[in-house]
Design a binder for this molecule. Structure first.
Ligand code: 13P
Ligand code: SF4
Length: 312
């Protein structure tokens, strides 16, 4: 570790005390950020953890919808994030005005439905929804939707298709996808499996069906940690999700070996949005108290939906 690197870690720790802050970090952040964080987790765990933060400031190292969710669920806290421009291709694929028009068209056509929305969406979209799900609770929530309703699932068509398969509930799927999980190469995965026939493949449900069908386990990031922890014998895992997850798996369950499933266009599988957060920006947001997530009018309605879906 260089002296400059040690200095910035010390600066962040001192600022965290000065600003009475708790740092939350998603499993897709660089290992050095996850190491510094008070709490790491998947989207569901971090949303719930945000409600329990008793310090006055939350610094959210993740993407915009995650920090926004933390603010909505714990409104009296100041919520900062290192880079406000850290977005998400899934959230971008479903603008609120487009969703509202589509819902209206379905209603005019006599469709009787509830809208189930993946947490990877804006607060304005959550405000138009009946339920919000994460990869960790989607099956449970979909089973809570009364049978007399159709389900409009937005915005991730792959997660929706997967939940449809496991619950047997037919859904109208929005045509969105995650730019990271969309590009895993099934050809390279099959070649890797041939070279390592003993290896187990674990895939995030944001992956397309052609990756999921060659996987031994499908689950969100926290479910992956629990799955590999249950396997006692040292095992090789081929991992089809964002590459920083390998750091978390290696740290929590070091007896196994983890190899990334390659993507079609690049072998790194890093989310460019998550990667906007750096140690320097983390230090600067604590030092300057900005950028901050401020309360928006649509947060009130989004709060009702989030509380009902994630906390009850
Ligand atoms: P989870 O945190 O639910 O595993 O979702 C992963 C993800 O893509 C977050 O953007
Ligand atoms: Fe969005 Fe995909 Fe990045 Fe997660 S990994 S923040 S779903 S673009």
């Amino acid at each position: 570790m260089t002296a400059v690197h040690t200095d910035i870690l010390e600066e962040i720790r001192a600022l965290k005390v000065r600003e009475n802050a708790t740092i939350l970090a998603h499993y897709y952040q660089d290992g050095e950020i996850q190491e510094l964080a008070d709490i790491t987790g998947d989207s569901l765990q971090l949303s719930r953890a945000a409600t329990k933060v008793d310090r006055s400031t939350i610094v959210f190292c993740g993407v915009h919808f995650m920090a926004e969710t933390a603010k909505i669920l714990n409104p009296t806290r100041r919520v900062l994030m290192p880079d406000l421009a850290a977005g998400c291709s899934l959230a971008d694929s479903c603008p609120a005005d487009k969703l509202a028009r589509y819902q209206e068209m379905l209603r005019i056509n006599g469709r009787h439905f509830q809208t189930v929305t993946y947490i990877n969406s804006t607060a304005a979209v959550k405000a138009l929804s009946d339920w919000v799900v994460t990869s960790g609770n989607a099956q449970e929530i979909v089973r809570r939707v009364p049978e007399e309703y159709e389900i409009l699932f937005v915005p991730d068509r792959h997660l929706g298709q997967y939940i449809q398969e496991v619950t047997g509930r037919k859904m109208i799927l929005w045509n969105g996808s995650c730019m990271v999980h969309e590009i895993f190469s099934v050809g390279d995965l099959l070649a890797l499996k041939k070279k390592m026939p003993h290896a187990l493949t674990i895939a995030h449900p944001e992956c397309p069906a052609n990756i999921r069908e060659h996987s031994d386990f499908i689950g969100g990031t926290e479910a992956m940690v629990r799955y590999v922890a249950r396997i006692e014998a040292p095992t090789d895992f081929l991992v089809a999700t964002e590459a920083n997850m390998l750091w978390q798996l290696q740290t929590k369950v070091p007896r196994h070996r983890y190899l990334p499933v390659p993507g079609i266009t690049c072998a790194c599988n890093k989310c460019p949005h998550m990667a906007r957060n750096t140690l320097e920006k983390l230090r600067d947001c604590l030092a300057h108290g900005a950028p901050e997530i401020t309360w928006q009018p649509e947060f009130d309605r989004a709060r009702e939906v989030l509380q009902r879906s994630l906390l009850q």
